[in-house]
Every structure is written in C-alpha cells, then in structure tokens.
Design a protein around this ligand. Structure first.
Ligand code: FAD
Ligand code: NAD
Length: 477
C-alpha cells in the first residue's frame, strides 16, 4: 500500500470515531482518523463534542457545583460547620479545562501506541471510497480506503429567533465556559442539557428559568420517575415552565428579553444569559462529494442498517450522525462493532440495553422500556419500587431522595425496564444493564447477593417488591 492508502479511514474523532479507529488498528488494519475539531482558542483536539464540549466538561462542572451546593446546604446535617464558603469560578473552570486536556491528549497517545494515523483537518468522502483531506493550512491530499467510517457527529439546533451570538445567547458549549455566574439565566428546553447546565449555574447562585415547549416534563423518561425528579428540581429552586413556547429573543444592553406564549397568553422574561438547548442535529456539512452512494434520511441522518452499513459499499456510519439516541456510549459501541465487522469478526450492538443517564441531583438513569411503553405493548407486567429513604447507605450519605422502579414480564419474569432517580443512579444502572444483557429475570436479581449497606440494595429490594417480597418496605397487596 502506498503512503495514502489505508484499510480504513475514519472521518470524525469523537467517541464514535476514535474507538472505531483504535479497534480497527487492534484488528491489524492500517487506519487513519481525520478530525477537524477546533477549540474556542483555535487549538485542535481529538475527542469531538463529548470530550471537548459535552460529557466530560459538563460532568466536571456538575461535580464542582454539586460539592458547593452540598457544602452549603447539607454539611451542617453532618455536624460540619463551614465559615466563608466561597466559589472561585476561574479555578473551577481551570480544573474542568485540565481534565479535558488530559483526556484529549490521551487520545493522541492512544492513536500513537495503536499505530493509528491521526490527521487534524477536514475530511470529505468522494466517489469510490476516496477521501479528500484538507489540513489547517488549506493543503489538500486524497486518501484511498478499502473502508470508510463516517463519524461526523452532531451540532446544536439553532432557533431563527434566538441565534447564538456567543455572548448573551449561547449553546451548551458557551454555557460551559461562563466566566462568572449569571444572575438571571434563561434556558430554552427542559431536556437533558437544559436540566444539567441549568442545575450547574443554579447551584452556583443563578436564578434559573427553564422554558419547555411541551406540556410533558421529560417525555422520554418513565412518567413516575420524571414526576419524582421534577418535584426535587422544584424544591431546589429550578423554575421549569411547561407549555412555554418562545416566540422571540431580543438582545439589549440590559440583557435578553425573551417573549414566550403559555396557557396564560403572551409572557416576557428578562435574563442576563440565555442558553438554547432544544436538541442537536446530525452534522454532514461539506462531508460528501458527488457519486458517493451514501444517502440521508428525511431528518438528515446518514441512512444505515442495524450494523451501521450505509447505502454505499464498504462505507459505514456511526454515532450521532445516524439514528438512535445521541449518546457517547451508543456511538462507541457502534464504532467498535463496525471495526470488528470490517475485520471479519462478530459485531453487534444490543439497542434494547443502552442505558441513559441525566446527571442532575438526584440523578436519573434507566434502561429498557418505560411503564407506558410496556403497557402499550399489551404485555402483562409487574412493577416493584423501593425508595432510597428506606436504604441505610442513602441515609448515611444524607442522599435519600428518589426511588428504584423495576418492571418485569408477568409471564416469564424477564426484566423489561429499570428506572432509577436517586444518588449515583448513573453508576447503579450498570447492574440492571448487565442483567438485561443476559436476559435476566427479576428473580435473578432477587437471588443475587447485594453487599450491605449499599445503594444497590435498593435495586435488590425493588426486584423483591415486584413479587411483593420486599423485606424493608410494606408490600402492597
Ligand atoms: P462528536 O462527538 O460530535 O464528534 C464528531 C467529530 O467529527 C467532531 O470532532 C467533529 O469536529 C468531527 N467532524 C465532523 N465532520 C468532519 C469532517 N468532515 N472532517 C473531519 N472531522 C469532522 N452523551 C453521553 O452519553 N453522556 C453524557 O453525559 C453526555 N453529555 C453531553 C453534554 C453536552 C453539553 C452535550 C452537548 C452532549 C452530551 N452528550 C452526552 C452527547 C455526546 O457528546 C454525543 O452523543 C457524542 O459526542 C457523539 O459522538 P460522535 O463521535 O458521534 O460525534
Ligand atoms: P433534548 O432533546 O434532550 O431536549 C430538548 C428539549 O427542548 C425537549 O424537551 C424539547 O421539547 C424542547 N424544545 C424543543 N424546541 C423548543 C422550543 N422552541 N422552545 C422550548 N423548548 C423546546 O436535547 P438537548 O437537551 O439539547 O440535548 C441534545 C442531545 O444531547 C440529547 O439527545 C442528549 O441525548 C444528548 N445529551 C446527553 C446527555 C447525557 O447523556 N447525560 C447530556 C447532554 C446531552
């Protein structure tokens, strides 16, 4: 093979693309990964949205703000008094940036040690699996590949009446970089980003109003869990207004004047900063030349089958740019699957067992079907719930908000869904994911020994409760 020929060229170095490149190299293939991510300061980095402007920086700030909030509101219950509690936003942001840098540099190191050629610049798929690569200085070359993996990700949806200006009206990336706490913060969209970033700045002292167009709160979450979470968010002071459709946002010297309509008619709201978080769209700008054979669906996602094959031979697509939940771990599993399939190995993603986590406090995490989805399927089912208020470890942690809800089939007891709102729900859900991956029954969880005292006992008890055998709560007959 010549210098510009590869077994696999991956376009996009986010959590879908870089694992695909690494696994393909582990499989003995020659691989190049092209990525054009550019930071606000002009520097380049692999890792895509997740590492640079998504999962990782948001979780760093969620942790810092949560510690501050707990120190201010909870430490006294432990008998710990704190004088002159202060926030240093610059230090908080510095810690966040340090974590991002370590992890994005880590990808470079992983590429090197696995023999992946990392190329920073723009990639464009041409006909016959040729890929045009343009570097930062505008120099172009053409790479030839036996297989191409598209992993170009997604970008925030921009609303025409509230265009991002990078100062007053920002997307989630801008909201991760505030240099001070806005006094009045508006958020459009009570989805995952709205709730996570709204929580960060509310904990640090902002007055936060979240406008959500739908009448339903967290429509994709099990209704009982969403209701429980909403109750706690309200108690924390998040002002979430449902059925509120923004019609205009005007930037003035004093702030942003937001106009919206709700059941009561036209309303206005003035804020210092406005975060628009109304979803993300697949990113395919300047990605395809003529005659590639790749097609997009009506929503702009690259069309793929269940194994992420596009409509063009030996062109694959993974991650946010294809159907399914826009989650880093979903993209990673797809990238790894594709790299294994290209190498002639077995590869599969179990789309029925992909966990979702919302990193609020309490956290929300789930896997499988909601109760409404199970009901709609017509299958007979049983439900077990268990509150963290009755869990010894949660009490010791002073983290008793929330519950575990488990749904199993009446007929054969197979787990259909597990839903948690509570402390470290995002960690706890792993047990349920593994159980569902192995098609476990609620009885399997009931018979599994859980260490005491741990939060996982709440999952154990919820499984027991599904058969009205919980030990530490009253089983309703
Ligand atoms: P991306 O991460 O978007 O990466 C695509 C890469 O391809 C980018 O670097 C882009 O510059 C590059 N690219 C695009 N086109 C080209 C081209 N033509 N040539 C070269 N390079 C190109 N998910 C979770 O699972 N957990 C979380 O906690 C979580 N938190 C999030 C928080 C926020 C604020 C946001 C915005 C998202 C969050 N997500 C989270 C979603 C997660 O970030 C995405 O699902 C994930 O990054 C998608 O991975 P990807 O590789 O498909 O795309
Ligand atoms: P989202 O789809 O989660 O939520 C968008 C919300 O905005 C919805 O509730 C929607 O009804 C509302 N909305 C849409 N248009 C509106 C309008 N004009 N006015 C008011 N409300 C409106 O999208 P997001 O929060 O932007 O997140 C984007 C993606 O990023 C999600 O798909 C999510 O999977 C991913 N993400 C994941 C995590 C995580 O896993 N913890 C964190 C952040 C983001």
């Amino acid at each position: 093979m010549s210098e510009n020929e590869y077994d696999v060229v991956v376009i996009g170095g986010g959590p879908a693309g870089y694992p695909a490149a690494i696994r393909a190299a582990q499989n003995g293939l020659s691989v190049a990964c092209i990525d054009e991510w550019k930071n606000h300061d002009g520097s380049r980095a692999f890792g895509g949205t997740c590492l640079n402007a998504g999962c990782i920086p948001s979780k760093a700030l969620l942790e810092s703000s949560e510690l501050y909030h707990r120190a201010a509101s909870e430490f006294s219950a432990h008998g710990i008094g704190l004088k002159d509690l202060e926030i240093d936003i610059a230090a908080m942001q510095g810690r966040k940036s340090g974590i991002v840098k370590q992890l994005t540099n880590g990808i470079k190191a992983l590429f090197q040690s696995n023999g992946v050629t990392g190329l920073q610049g723009h990639g464009k798929l041409l006909a016959d699996r040729q890929v045009e690569f343009t570097d930062a200085d505008g120099n172009s070359s053409v790479l030839k590949a036996n297989h191409v993996v598209i992993a170009s990700g997604s970008v925030p949806v921009e609303l025409p009446m509230a265009k991002f200006d990078g100062d007053r009206i920002v997307d989630s990336w801008g909201a991760l970089d505030f240099e001070e706490v806005p006094q009045r913060l508006g958020v459009i969209g009570a989805g995952v980003i709205g709730l996570e970033l709204g929580s960060v700045w509310q904990r640090l002292g902002a007055d936060v109003v979240i406008l959500e167009a739908l009448d339903d709160f967290l429509f994709m979450v099990d209704a009982q869990i969403a209701k429980e979470a909403g109750r706690h968010f309200k108690k924390q002071g998040l002002d979430i207004r449902l059925g509120a459709k923004m019609t205009d946002a005007k930037v003035e010297d004093s702030g942003v004047i937001v106009t919206y309509e709700d059941a009561g008619g036209q309303q206005t709201l003035e804020v210092d900063k406005l975060i628009v978080a109304v979803g993300r769209r697949p990113f395919t700008d300047d990605l395809f030349g003529d005659g590639t054979g790749v097609t997009l669906d009506e929503r702009g996602f690259v069309t793929v089958d269940e194994h992420c094959r596009t409509t063009a031979d030996n062109v694959w697509a993974v991650g946010d740019v294809v159907r399914g939940p826009m989650l880093a771990h979903k993209g990673t599993e797809e990238g790894v699957m594709v790299a294994d399939l290209i190498a002639g190995k077995v590869g599969e993603v179990n789309y029925d067992a992909i966990p979702s986590v919302i990193y609020t406090a309490p956290e929300i995490a789930w896997v499988g079907k909601t109760e409404a989805e199970v009901k709609e399927s017509g299958a007979a089912y049983k439900v077990g719930t268990f509150p963290f208020a009755a869990n010894g470890r949660a009490k010791g942690m002073e983290q008793t908000d929330g519950l575990v809800k488990l749904i199993a089939a009446e007929e054969d007891d197979e787990l259909l869904g597990v839903h948690i709102v509570g402390p470290v729900a995002g960690e706890l859900i792993a047990e349920a994911v593994l159980a569902m991956e192995f098609s476990a029954s609620s009885e399997d969880l009931q018979r599994t020994v859980h260490a005491h005292p741990t939060l996982t006992e709440a999952i154990h008890e919820a499984a027991l409760a599904a058969d009205k055998r919980a030990i530490h709560s009253i089983n309703k007959r």
